[in-house]
Design a protein around this ligand. Structure first.
Ligand SMILES: [Zn+2]
Length: 69
């Protein structure tokens, strides 16, 4: 099971780093080529061209049942 620590990409066209901080936080970079959404619930991506962004998200592998240790 994966836990999303940071939902974040960098646009390769304008160079802006965009972060979705919560589930309904839809953020588009300044040139409009790519967007992030989903916060730390899901990694949702919208983009005009495949490969126009660099993935910077941080996810952590979590063993089920060990979250509350
Ligand atoms: Zn951009």
């Amino acid at each position: 099971m994966q836990k999303i620590i940071k939902n974040c990409i960098r646009c390769k066209i304008c160079g802006q780093v965009i972060v979705s901080k919560h589930v309904h936080d839809f953020v588009t970079c300044k040139c409009g080529a790519c967007s992030v959404d989903g916060g730390n619930v899901m990694l949702r991506r919208l983009f005009k061209e495949e490969g126009c962004y660099e993935e910077l998200s941080k996810v952590k592998e979590v063993d089920e049942g060990q979250e509350n240790k």
